[in-house]
Design a protein. Structure first.
Length: 42
């Protein structure tokens, strides 16, 4: 997950495993369950 864009690049990167629940802050403001995405990964 990348966030805090500044001067054309992201200032923060966070790596999470498949299956993790991720909160995407405003303006999206949703919680994403990545467990179902495992089926789409090679």
């Amino acid at each position: 997950m990348f966030d805090q864009p500044e001067n054309g690049s992201y200032q923060h990167e966070e790596r999470l495993p498949f299956g993790a629940t991720v909160h995407l802050p405003a303006p999206v403001d949703i919680t994403l369950d990545t467990e179902p995405l495992k089926e789409l990964a090679d």
